[in-house]
Design a protein around this ligand. Structure first.
Ligand code: PLP
Length: 448
């Protein structure tokens, strides 16, 4: 077999680092575990990339894909339908919060985000507010890599190479309570302040220019920032007051990750649009979706009107068949209920790590956690660039992997270890995660 570095251009990868190191090559998965080409087993602490919610090795999902390819491998959703897309759209509409019942399929998350921004712009053009085109999102948030989605993304490090980006993408503070610049003593006051920052940004930009606000229920980048109490309630009020669409970017936070089908349900708010992908098929085929309401579709229902947007593989029949089979597994095994029943145990197990000097904060909800690493627990001092390079990029990810845990040490914000295991995980896996983290973080501290 060819070497992994001969021709394969890996995503977000320092290819040069593999001139000397071997590329880890994963060949098989079963339940919460994967195996590499040498037969070593790893706990999949990140469900691939927040994707394999139902767990690895589900032959019934593979069979659903095979059956659909044999019957109808492909047909576009461009003026034609196929049964699995129709059925899946209907199934999704029964699971979404409130009136979200119009499902526009894509192949992944960036395309869903891109579609949502385009819908927001086209919608306002049609309802007589043609200047509404800007989007607001949060610092350090990741919303994808296509040019529109990248503009919405709030991570300078992955944007500068590609500038100039799409204009009109405005950033506001995120809900990192551990490093709250204001109201660090009151989650409620902090939440109110962070939500009001969105209102102030809308005022600054001019309400008649702002089309949408893109927020994840729990912001992933930066290491799991859950919303403070009252945050989304206030954001909803602000969006209503200024006629701005609230887009809940649930590419990670839907399909059980937070113990509900959708993150908006967990925190009790009603979005105007949901963007989703990843866990919708548990990764057995690629699929994403933008989900809107009749209200947002209505202006496109004139005789010659249409939403002039689409992608060849959006709502691919095989992906839709796999998603339906995946949702069958969710229903039969009550995976969403399983997360709710076990999330306290997951949290309690991770919180044991608080006794380590390097662990500053353990935060998240459901099966979605970030552990922030610090140099000084009392002052919350973080690592400088050289330490981050040596510790996180140089040591931590590889050491965790070698110890049998696949997860991510990320420093796109402050340094964090991110955890999001398959939703079938239970105490045995929580303990394994805790034990490996304890050993590796202890060593990391000694190396500092
Ligand atoms: C919140 C969010 N939005 C959008 C995306 C982009 O999704 P994709 O990589 O499928 O294009 C991601 C990917 O991780 C994400 O986490």
């Amino acid at each position: 077999m060819a070497n992994a570095t001969d021709h394969l251009w890996m995503h977000f990868t320092r290819m040069a680092s593999y001139a000397t190191d071997e590329v880890p090559t994963i060949v098989r998965g079963e339940g919460a575990y994967v195996w590499d080409a040498q037969g070593r087993r790893y706990l999949d602490g990140l469900a691939g990339l927040f994707v394999v919610n139902a767990g690895h090795g589900r032959t019934e999902l593979a069979e659903a894909a095979a059956k659909q390819s044999a019957e109808l491998a492909y047909f576009p959703l461009w003026s034609y339908a196929h049964p699995t897309a129709v059925e899946l759209a209907e199934r999704i509409a029964t699971l979404t919060p409130g009136d979200l019942n119009r499902v526009f399929f894509t192949t992944g998350g960036s395309e869903a985000v891109e579609a949502a921004w385009k819908l927001a712009r086209a919608y306002f053009k049609r309802v007589g507010k043609p200047v509404k085109h800007k989007v607001i999102s949060r610092y350090i948030a990741y919303h994808g890599t296509s040019m529109g989605a990248l503009s919405i993304t709030g991570l300078p490090g992955i944007k500068t190479d590609f500038e100039p980006l799409v204009p009109g993408a405005i950033k506001v503070p995120n809900t990192n309570f551990y490093r709250a610049p204001e109201h660090g003593d009151s989650p409620e006051a902090f939440g109110r302040w962070a939500a009001d920052e969105i209102g102030r940004a809308i005022e600054r930009e001019g309400p008649d220019t702002v089309a949408a606000v893109f927020l994840e229920p729990v912001q992933n980048s930066g290491g799991c920032f859950p919303p403070p109490p009252g945050y989304f309630e206030r954001v909803r009020e602000i969006c209503d007051a200024y006629d701005v669409l609230l887009v809940s970017d649930e590419v990670i936070c839907s399909w059980g990750r937070l113990g509900e089908y959708f993150g908006a349900q967990r925190y009790g708010y009603q979005p105007d649009i949901i963007t989703t992908a990843k866990g919708i098929t548990s990764g057995y085929a690629p699929l994403g979706a933008m989900i809107a309401s009749d209200r947002l579709m209505e202006p496109f229902l004139t005789e010659t009107g249409m939403f002039a947007h689409g992608v060849t593989f959006g709502g691919h029949p095989v992906s839709c068949a796999v998603a339906l089979a995946n949702l069958e597994v969710f229903a039969r095994e009550d995976l969403v209920g399983h997360v709710r029943a076990n999330e306290d145990a997951f949290r309690a197990t991770l919180e044991k790590l608080h006794d380590l000097p390097i662990v500053g904060d353990v935060r998240g909800d459901g099966y979605f956690y970030g552990i922030e690493l610090v140099k000084d627990k009392t002052t919350r001092e973080t690592f400088n660039e050289a330490e981050s390079e040596r510790l996180l990029r140089g040591f931590l990810s590889t050491a965790l992997f070698q110890a049998g845990l696949y997860c991510r040490a990320d420093d796109r914000g402050d340094p964090v270890v991110q955890l999001a295991p398959p939703l079938i995980a239970e105490q045995q896996q929580f303990d394994e995660i805790e034990q490996i983290l304890r050993a590796v973080l202890t060593e990391a501290w000694q190396r500092l």
